[in-house]
Ligand binder design. Structure first.
Ligand code: ATP
Ligand code: MG
Length: 735
C-alpha cells in the first residue's frame, strides 16, 4: 500500500484499489465469490465522497436486497465516521418507487399512488377479465398475471408488446387484457410491483427533460450483483448512465458463476453487453478470496468447473491456511436424521462458544425447513427463517391445517371460515352473514347450520352444490378416519375438496413450492398416531415465539443467501430430485442444471470456516420410504477438499454400494429402487409382508428378528450384530 493512501484504502489489494480509485469512466468488476466486490463498491462510495467528487445524493447505488442496502448504508457510515442522509441507495424497486413519486403525473398517477400486493393484483385482474368470458380453468388469472409480469420484466408496456409477442396464452388476448389492466390501475391511482420499474423506465425513455435532470443529478452509479439484472433493470441503468457528451461513471460488480435468477428473467448476458454499451470500459478482475478457507474454496471451484461457457475467472485463497477443515459430506438416513445431525452439530458449536448468528442452514426449497425448525425448537435453539415465513405460518399450510381442524372438530368455526371459500365456492360476504346468523340463532356450529340450511333448500346455485360437496367430503373423511388412518384421509380431503387443484392450476412462481410444502405437511402427519395429536403438536410448535433480539441461527433458501457470509454453513438435502430440483431434472436441459450448479456454488461459498453438506438415503413419501440418490454435485466435489462421514466414501462413487450410513453401520448392498407412484401409498412393500417377530436374513449381519416396522423401514435385532435400522429391501425373509 502506498504510504500516503488514506486509511480506508490501506488494507486493500492492488486490484481492489484500482477498482476503487478508477472513479471516472465505465468500470466492470468481474470476480468470483468472496473477492471483495461488495466491499469494493462500498469503499468506492466512500472514496467518491471523501475525495470530494460528489455529494452523497449524487451517487446512485443499487443493491439486490433491502438487507444489503441497510448493510451498505451502515458500512458507508462507519467509513465516513458519521451516518449519511439522503442517499440514493437501495434495491431497483425501492429506488424506482422514489422516482415515480416525483413524476407520477407523467403516467397518469398522482404522487400518493398505492402499490398493490399480489392478492390485490389478482383481484383486479379478475375484474378485468370477468366480462371477457375467458375460460378460467384453462387460462387461470394467475397465469395471465405471469405473462404480464414477464412483459414488464422485459420493459414492454402494452403498446410495446407486438401482436407477434402476444402468446397463445388466453387465446392471444393477453395483450388486450394487459392494456385494460393497466388502465384500471391508473383509474385506481395504483400500480403493481412491476410497474415501479416499467413506469419510471418509460418516463426516462419518453421525457428527455426528466432524463436530463437525473443525468445532472447522478454523477456516479454503482451496481452490486450485476449478473442478476433483468432486461428492464438493464434498460433503466443504461438510460441513467449514458449521458450525452459525458463519461458514464457506472461501476457494476458481478460474478457470472453466481447468476441464479434466470427464472425471474435475469440475463447474465448483460455482463457481456457492458463493454458494447459502454465503450472503453475498464474491466477489473479480483482473484483473491478473503472469505473462505482454502478447503472450502477448492471444493467450490472444483464444483463450478463442471459448468460450460463460463467467462473464466481465477480464484485464489486469500489466506494461506491449509489447516482449515475440509468440506464435510455426511450421509444420513432420512430428513429426521439430517435434522438431528445438524441439531447436534449446532449444539456442539454453541457449546464451543460459536455465535448462533454465524451459523446458517441453507435449503434448496422451502419445504425442507420443517424438519430443522422442529428439531431446533425441540433443542431450544433460537432460529429465524430469513426472507420467508416459518413453515407452519405459510398460507397453504394454514389452509391445510384449517381443513384438518374442521375434520377433527366440526365445531371449529374459525377454521371453517378460513376454508369455506378456499378454493372459491361461490360464497359471498352476504351468504356468510346469513350462515353466521343461522348458527347464532340455533346455537350450533357453522357447519351444522349450513347442513340444516342445505336440507331445507335455503341455499341456491353454485354455493349449494359446492357447500354440499365440502360438507360431504368432511363427513366422509371423519367417518373413514378410524378405518383408513389420518394420513390417507387428510391426503384425500385436500385432493377432493379441490384445495390441491387450486394450487396446481396456479401458474405463479410460488405455486410449485406451495405444493411441495403441502406434501411435506402430509409427510409430517405420518409421525403422529392421530390427527388430534398432530394438531396439538403444531399448536405447541407455533406457540414457540421467536425470541426477539437474541442471537439466532438463520434458515434460508440458497437464493436468499446471495452476497451473505457465515462462519458455518449447513447445506442439507443434496439429493437428486431435491438439489438439483426435480423440476430441473424433468425439464432435462443443461441450462437448468448449470443454474442449479451455480446455486450450489453460491451455497458453499457462503461459508468462512465450515461447510457441511448432507444427503439422506431415503425420503418418506406418504409414510413409505423411497431411496434417494446423492446429488451429482457431491460427486463433482474434488476429493482432496472433502471428507465424508460414515460409508459416504461408497456413496460418493455412485453406482453400487450406496448404503445409507449414519450413527450405526448399515449394510452395503446394491440399491433396489422402489416405485413410489400413488398406488404405493400407505402400503408396505409388496410381496412377503415383514411384521414384528418375522425372522429375516441379511447378507452381512446374518439372522435376526424384526422388532418394529414403520412403512418400509425396519428395526431388526440381529442375533450377532445387534440392533439395526434398515430398509426392508435390504433383508429377506429367513427360510
Ligand atoms: P459475493 O460474491 O459472495 O457477493 P463479494 O465479492 O461481494 O462476495 P465481499 O462480501 O465484499 O465479497 O467480501 C468477502 C469478505 O472478504 C468480507 O468479509 C470482506 O470484508 C472481506 N475482504 C474483502 N477484501 C478484503 C481485503 N482486502 N482484506 C481483508 N478482507 C477482505
Ligand atoms: Mg457481494
Amino acid at each position: 500500500p502506498l504510504p500516503d493512501a488514506p486509511d480506508y484504502l490501506q488494507r486493500l489489494n492492488p486490484e481492489q484499489r484500482m477498482a476503487i480509485e478508477t472513479t471516472d469512466g465505465p468500470l466492470l468488476v468481474l470476480a468470483g465469490a468472496g473477492t471483495g466486490k461488495t466491499r469494493v463498491l462500498t469503499t468506492r462510495f466512500a472514496h467518491i465522497l471523501l475525495s470530494g467528487r460528489a455529494r452523497p445524493y449524487q451517487i446512485l447505488a443499487v443493491t439486490f436486497t433491502n438487507k444489503a442496502a441497510r448493510e451498505m448504508r451502515e458500512r458507508i457510515g462507519t467509513l465516513l465516521g458519521e451516518p449519511v442522509e439522503g442517499l440514493w441507495l437501495g434495491t431497483f424497486h425501492a429506488l424506482c418507487a422514489r422516482m415515480l413519486r416525483r413524476h407520477a403525473e407523467y403516467v397518469g398517477l398522482s404522487s400518493g399512488f398505492t402499490i398493490l400486493d399480489t392478492d390485490d393484483q389478482l383481484r383486479l385482474l379478475k375484474q378485468v377479465i370477468e366480462p371477457l368470458r375467458i375460460d378460467s380453468k384453462r387460462w387461470p388469472p394467475q397465469g395471465i398475471l405471469g405473462v404480464i409480469q414477464r412483459w414488464k420484466d422485459r420493459g414492454l408496456t402494452p403498446e410495446r408488446v407486438t401482436p407477434a409477442e402476444d402468446c397463445d396464452f388466453a387465446d392471444g388476448r393477453c395483450r388486450a387484457i394487459y392494456a385494460s389492466y393497466q388502465a384500471r390501475l391508473v383509474q385506481l391511482n395504483a400500480c403493481d410491483f412491476g410497474d415501479l420499474m416499467l413506469h419510471v423506465t418509460e418516463i426516462l425513455r419518453t421525457r428527455p427533460d426528466v432524463l436530463a435532470q437525473y443525468h445532472r443529478l447522478f454523477r456516479y452509479i454503482l451496481v452490486d450483483e450485476y449478473q442478476d439484472t433483468n432486461t428492464i433493470q438493464y434498460l433503466w441503468l443504461r438510460l441513467l448512465a449514458q449521458r450525452e457528451g459525458q463519461q458514464s461513471n457506472i461501476c457494476c460488480v458481478g460474478d457470472d458463476d453466481q447468476s441464479i435468477y434466470s427464472w425471474r428473467g435475469a440475463e447474465v448476458e448483460n455482463i457481456l453487453r457492458f463493454e458494447r454499451d459502454f465503450p472503453g470500459a475498464a474491466i477489473v478482475r479480483l482473484e483473491r478470496n478473503y472469505r473462505s478457507t482454502a478447503q472450502i474454496l477448492g471444493a467450490a471451484s472444483g464444483l463450478i468447473a463442471h459448468n460450460d461457457g463460463r467467462l473464466g475467472k481465477t480464484l485464489r485463497p486469500g489466506r494461506d491456511d491449509a489447516s482449515g477443515e475440509k468440506v464435510r459430506v455426511a450421509s444420513v438416513w432420512d430428513s429426521d436424521d439430517e435434522a438431528r445431525l445438524v441439531g447436534e452439530e449446532v449444539e456442539r458449536l454453541r457449546a464451543g462458544g460459536h455465535r448462533m448468528s454465524e451459523i446458517a442452514i441453507l435449503v434448496r426449497a422451502g419445504f425442507q425447513t420443517r424438519a430443522f425448525e422442529e428439531r431446533l425448537i425441540a433443542l431450544g435453539l433460537p432460529y429465524r427463517v430469513v426472507g420467508g415465513l416459518r413453515f407452519y405460518e405459510r398460507a397453504e399450510i394454514r389452509d391445510a391445517l384449517a381443513y384438518m381442524r374442521v375434520l377433527n372438530q366440526p365445531a371449529d368455526d374459525l377454521a371453517f371460515e378460513r376454508i369455506v371459500n378456499v378454493p372459491r365456492r361461490g360464497i359471498g360476504a352476504v351468504a356468510m352473514q346469513k350462515f353466521h346468523q343461522a348458527a347464532r340463532d340455533a346455537g350450533i356450529p357453522l357447519t351444522a347450520a349450513i347442513g340444516t340450511m342445505l336440507e331445507r333448500g335455503e341455499i341456491k346455485g353454485k354455493a349449494r352444490d359446492s357447500l354440499a360437496a365440502l360438507l360431504n367430503n368432511l363427513a366422509q373423511g371423519r367417518e373413514a378416519l378410524p378405518r383408513e388412518g389420518h394420513v390417507v384421509v387428510v391426503d384425500r380431503l385436500l385432493e377432493e375438496s379441490g384445495y390441491i387443484d387450486m394450487w396446481k392450476a396456479d401458474t405463479s412462481i410460488e405455486a410449485p413450492g406451495r405444493l411441495d410444502n403441502l406434501k411435506e405437511l402430509v409427510r409430517a402427519l405420518a409421525d403422529f398416531d392421530s390427527l388430534g395429536h398432530f394438531l396439538e403438536h403444531v399448536a405447541l410448535v407455533m406457540e414457540n415465539e421467536e425470541s426477539a433480539g437474541a442471537e439466532r441461527l438463520s434458515i434460508m433458501t440458497l437464493h436468499g443467501a446471495k452476497g451473505l457470509e457465515f462462519d458455518t454453513v449447513f447445506l442439507p438435502g443434496w439429493e437428486e430430485g431435491v438439489f438439483p430440483s426435480q423440476r430441473t431434472l424433468d425439464e432435462g436441459g443443461l441450462k437448468g442444471l448449470e443454474e442449479e450448479r451455480r446455486l450450489a456454488y453460491v451455497g458453499i461459498t457462503r461459508a468462512r470456516h465450515r461447510a457441511i453438506i448432507s444427503h439422506a438415503a431415503s425420503r418418506r413419501i406418504y409414510g413409505n420410504w423411497q431411496s434417494a440418490m446423492p446429488s451429482r454435485f457431491i460427486e463433482e466435489l474434488p476429493d482432496e477438499y472433502v471428507t465424508t462421514t460414515g460409508a459416504a466414501s461408497q456413496t460418493r462413487s455412485r453406482g453400487l454400494g450406496q448404503a445409507p450410513v449414519f450413527s450405526s453401520a448399515f449394510p452395503v448392498t446394491a440399491r433396489r429402487p422402489r416405485a413410489t407412484d400413488s398406488a404405493d401409498k400407505g402400503e408396505s412393500r409388496s410381496g412377503t409382508a415383514l411384521t414384528v417377530g418375522t425372522r429375516v436374513f441379511h447378507q452381512k449381519f446374518g439372522y435376526g428378528t424384526v422388532s418394529s416396522v414403520e412403512g418400509n423401514r425396519l428395526d431388526v435385532a440381529f442375533d450377532k450384530a445387534g440392533s439395526k435400522r434398515l430398509l426392508d429391501s435390504f433383508v429377506e425373509k429367513a427360510p
